[in-house]
Design a protein around this ligand. Structure first.
Ligand SMILES: Cc1cc2nc3c(=O)[nH]c(=O)nc-3n(C[C@H](O)[C@H](O)[C@H](O)COP(=O)(O)OP(=O)(O)OC[C@H]3O[C@@H](n4cnc5c(N)ncnc54)[C@H](O)[C@@H]3O)c2cc1C
Ligand code: FES
Ligand code: FES
Length: 485
């Protein structure tokens, strides 16, 4: 089958077909410059402020699902087969305000107004998913939207009141759901897509097997999953990333399979979906996952991208290492599986060959008698990168620790296990004294750096303190305290 050389999607109520798309073209530029839809704003151009929030609807297992995303770092070619909803689509005939907009007006949720379209879009997504949210759910939905004028209180009041101005059942996206679903199904023709603009080239493989073939032909191509890292290479470093191979649309990389032994997630499973996949077995990870970025980034960013980029301050690698997860890498038809910790060779260097990609991540189901915890230490509670991230997985049988996996981020050039501390734990009595003895060995495991996030002394001290916190929480049975920074 020949490749298709155009990107097709629906923007509000318009069918769009683009024959020329460059690897670095962003959705925000398409909206504002190409289509002159100026309601979507550009604040930071790095996924932080949420001023550029739009909804992207895509088919998942045949069901149409809308999520908020940051248009500033969403690359246009990745939108093939999607429905993009911008702020302009919200107002009704004769400019009648949408219930979310009406609530914002009535509750004085806007002052300078710059953040308002983005906030309205996030609240729109929340209202459709959950018309009667709690204040905490509103705050979680707005983690990725910054407002420097209102102090948020009026916005939260507006969010809690939206349902008094209208019901999602009467909303355009609900009424048009069946028609839009049929339209998007028709757009998916199962072909590889290969589009270019000048010398800049984008490829959307047709399947995971096709991805493997494309990478054998173009082993140096830039892989793009959620673009929550790569998007910044474009907007902040002006890097030429062509040729690009997009992964995020591949259903074969977005599958979750739960067996008796493992939760196996495709590398393209988003942060949000990986949270759901692990919620039943590892409930303590819910609040931890909610501290990764904001809703928009959690909709876009993938668990595979978070591992593959090899960042020493990524939040999921320490958790995956502590849980004993493995990854499967694929090159052509050859696959190899390794422990997550073995993937990280040195700062900026991972055990991945040209043409190879991360296919899946398998997390073991919890062992009997295992005690887990995960902590994120950052300057801000929401929408911040970790100074230190720690994950503990300790098995206690008859009062004795029989297994221990402790993993840290932000403490070395890679996410890494604390092997000296683990050695103190295994075979010892489960007690505060044992944990503090293990904490005392952290200086043998890590020599952290000082940078703008934290000093070396702070990193080491706070990591030691987490052992005490782990003990106290277990004694108190207080899962909720893990939410705190
Ligand atoms: C505003 C903002 C907030 C953030 N907050 C956090 C946070 O709180 N915690 C955190 O950990 N991170 C955070 N990040 C970083 C970012 O979300 C992650 O690193 C993310 O997981 C990357 O995943 P992605 O799917 O977006 O990857 P991409 O940006 O698409 O790719 C990242 C790298 O991985 C490679 N890659 C992707 N998928 C594969 C694959 N399947 N096989 C091989 N290589 C692959 C790409 O080639 C690229 O080198 C934040 C980013 C932003 C913009
Ligand atoms: S412009 Fe700030 S998140 Fe996109
Ligand atoms: S109203 Fe001014 S930034 Fe939010």
């Amino acid at each position: 089958m020949t490749a298709r050389s155009e990107i097709r999607f629906v923007l509000n109520d318009r069918d769009i077909s683009l024959q020329e798309v460059g690897a670095s073209d962003t959705l925000l530029d398409f909206l504002r410059i190409d289509r002159r839809l100026m309601g979507t704003k550009e604040g930071c151009a790095e996924g932080d402020c949420g001023a550029c929030t739009v909804l992207v609807g895509r088919l998942q297992g045949g069901t149409l699902r809308y999520e908020p995303v940051n248009a500033c770092i969403r690359l246009t070619a990745s939108l093939d087969g999607c429905h993009i909803v911008s702020i302009e689509y919200l107002s009704g005939p004769q400019g009648r305000l949408h219930p979310v907009q009406q609530a914002m007006v009535e509750h004085h949720g806007s002052q300078c107004g710059f953040c308002t379209p983005g906030i309205v879009m996030s609240l729109y997504a929340l209202w459709m998913e959950n018309p009667a949210p709690t204040a905490v759910q509103v705050e979680t939905a707005l983690q990725g939207n910054l407002c420097r004028c209102t102090g948020y209180e009026p916005i939260i009041k507006a969010a809690l009141a939206v349902t008094t101005y209208g019901s999602p059942a009467d909303d355009t996206l609900t009424r048009e759901r069946d028609t839009m679903t049929a339209k998007l199904i028709a757009l998916h023709d199962g072909r590889r897509i290969d589009v270019a603009k000048g010398a800049s080239r984008c490829i959307l493989p047709a399947s995971v097997d096709d991805l493997a073939s494309v990478l054998m032909e173009l082993p140096q191509a830039t892989l793009v999953a959620g673009a929550t890292d790569v998007g910044l290479w474009v907007t902040k470093f002006l890097r030429d990333i062509s040729p690009v191979v997009f992964l995020s649309h591949l259903d074969g990389l977005r599958q979750v399979v739960i067996s008796d032994t493992n939760i196996t997630m495709g590398a393209g499973v988003s942060y949000s979906d990986s949270r759901k996949a692990m919620a039943a077995d590892y409930p303590h990870l819910g609040p931890f996952w909610d501290r990764i970025a904001g809703w928009q980034i959690r909709s876009m960013g993938t668990i595979g991208g978070n591992v593959a980029n090899g960042s020493p301050i990524g939040d999921t690698p320490p958790v995956l290492i502590a849980l004993g997860a493995t990854i499967t890498l694929r090159k052509g038809n050859l696959r190899r599986t390794m422990a997550v910790e073995d993937f990280f060779v040195a700062y900026g260097k991972q055990d991945r060959a040209p043409g190879e990609f991360l296919e899946s991540i398998a997390v073991p189901r919890p062992a009997a008698n295992a005690i887990h915890a995960a902590y994120k230490i950052s300057k801000r509670r929401d929408e911040d990168i970790s100074s230190v991230c720690a994950a503990f997985n300790v098995t206690v049988e008859d009062g004795v620790i029989t297994a221990a996996r402790l993993a840290f981020g932000g403490m070395a050039g890679t996410p890494k296990r604390a092997s000296h501390a683990e050695a103190v734990l295994v075979g010892a009595v489960w007690s505060e004294a044992t944990l503090l003895a293990a904490a005392a060995r952290l200086g043998d495991d890590f020599a952290p750096l000082t940078d703008w996030r934290a000093s070396a002394e702070y990193r080491l001290q706070v990591s030691k303190n987490l052992f005490r916190r782990f003990w106290l929480e277990q004694q108190a049975g207080a899962a909720d305290v893990r939410l705190g920074a």
